[in-house]
Design a protein around this ligand. Structure first.
Ligand code: GLN
Length: 300
C-alpha cells in the first residue's frame, strides 16, 4: 500500500467536482488508501483522517436499509437492478417497467431514499444516521453547507424526482425525500470510515471493529450484486472486467471495494475522471486487485 501510495501521489490528472463551491475548494493533493479485514486489522496510508462528504457511496447503504424496510421483492418492484451504461445523473428511466434502472444512479437512489420508513423528515433522517453509525462505529454528521448547497442547486435531481412522480414511480413526498437524499450525500466520513463500512459488507453485515450487525446478512448478496453491476456507473463493465470486485464511487473522490469474506478497501482522492470516478482510486484498486489476485473470478 505504501508503494501504491508513493507511485500515484504524483499523478495529478483529472479535476475535482465543482458543481457546488463546497466541493470545488477541496485540496486536490489529498490521497489516502485504507483496508480493513474481516478480523478487524486496519492498514492505512496518507490522509486517512481527512473528512469529506460521502456523496454517492451513501447509495449502497441506503439501498440496504430500504431492503430491510420492505424486503427484496418490493424494492425490486420499485427500483430495477439493470445497469444503464449512462452517467450517474442520467435522466433516462425504465418506462416499460415503471421504475428507475438501479439504486446506484441518482434517479434510482432518490426513489430508494423515498422508500426509507419513518414518521416525518426527522425520524427518517435519524434512521439513516443510525444506520450509517452502525457501519462506521461512531457518530456521523451531515455537513450543513454541502447539504444546503446541494439542495439549492440540485435542479437536475429535483427534475428527475418530478419525472418519476409523473410516471407514478415514486410517491408524493418529493421535497422530503429529496432533502433526505441531499442529506445522505452530505454525511461526513474519512477514508478509514469507508474501509470499515466496506469491511462490514465483506463480513456478512457485521462491523469488524465493533462487532455490531450493521445490516441484515440476508441482504448482503443483493447489495453486492448491484454494486458489482452498477456501482461505477458507465465504467461498471470495465471495472468488473479489470478489478472484479463490487464497488461504489462518489463525486467527492471516494471509492469503496468489497472483497467478500476478506476485507473492505477504500481510496480517497478528489481528482475525478470524466465519469465522476476518482482517478487515483481506480488505479489503486486495479493494482491491488492484480497484485493480490482479488478479482472474484481469479482462479475459478
Ligand atoms: N450529490 C451528488 C448528486 O446527487 C452525488 C453524485 C455522486 O456522488 N456521483 O449529484
Amino acid at each position: 500500500m505504501n508503494d501504491l501510495y508513493s507511485k500515484y501521489k504524483s499523478l495529478r490528472t483529472g479535476a475535482v467536482a465543482d458543481y457546488i463551491p463546497e466541493l470545488a475548494k477541496v485540496n486536490p493533493d489529498l490521497f489516502s488508501i485504507c483496508t480493513v479485514t474481516v478480523n478487524g486489522d486496519v492498514l492505512q496510508v496518507g490522509d486517512f483522517e481527512h473528512l469529506f462528504t460521502i456523496q454517492s457511496i451513501s447509495k449502497v447503504f441506503v439501498h440496504g436499509l430500504a431492503l430491510e424496510d420492505h424486503g427484496r421483492d418490493y424494492v425490486l418492484k420499485r427500483v430495477g437492478v439493470e445497469p444503464t451504461g449512462d452517467a450517474f445523473n442520467s435522466i433516462i428511466l425504465d418506462e416499460q417497467s415503471k421504475r428507475p434502472y438501479n439504486p446506484m444512479v441518482n434517479a434510482g437512489a432518490i426513489a430508494t431514499t423515498g422508500l426509507i420508513k419513518g414518521k416525518g423528515a426527522t425520524e427518517r433522517l435519524n434512521r439513516l444516521l443510525e444506520m450509517f453509525q452502525r457501519y462506521v462505529g461512531k457518530d456521523v454528521f451531515v455537513d450543513i453547507s454541502v447539504f444546503t448547497s446541494e439542495r439549492s442547486t440540485g435542479h437536475r435531481n429535483r427534475a428527475m424526482a418530478y419525472l418519476m412522480l409523473n410516471f407514478g414511480m415514486i410517491d408524493g413526498q418529493i421535497d422530503e425525500s429529496l432533502d433526505l437524499y441531499f442529506q445522505q450525500c452530505a454525511v461526513m466520513v474519512n477514508c478509514r470510515d469507508l474501509a470499515v463500512m466496506a469491511a462490514a459488507l465483506a463480513n456478512k453485515g457485521v462491523n469488524p471493529l465493533t462487532k455490531e450487525q450493521a445490516v441484515d446478512s440476508q441482504y448482503i448478496k443483493d447489495i453486492l450484486s448491484v454494486m458489482y453491476t452498477c456501482g461505477m456507473y458507465n465504467f461498471a463493465g470495465e471495472w468488473a472486467y479489470k478489478v472484479g470486485l463490487p464497488a461504489k464511487s462518489g463525486v467527492s473522490g471516494g471509492i469503496i471495494a468489497v472483497v467478500p469474506g476478506q476485507m473492505g478497501i477504500a481510496v480517497f482522492s478528489p481528482l475525478l475522471d470524466a465519469r465522476g470516478n476518482s482517478i487515483r482510486g481506480v488505479k489503486v484498486c486495479e493494482e491491488l486487485s492484480q497484485q493480490f489476485g482479488l478479482h472474484l473470478f481469479d482462479c475459478v
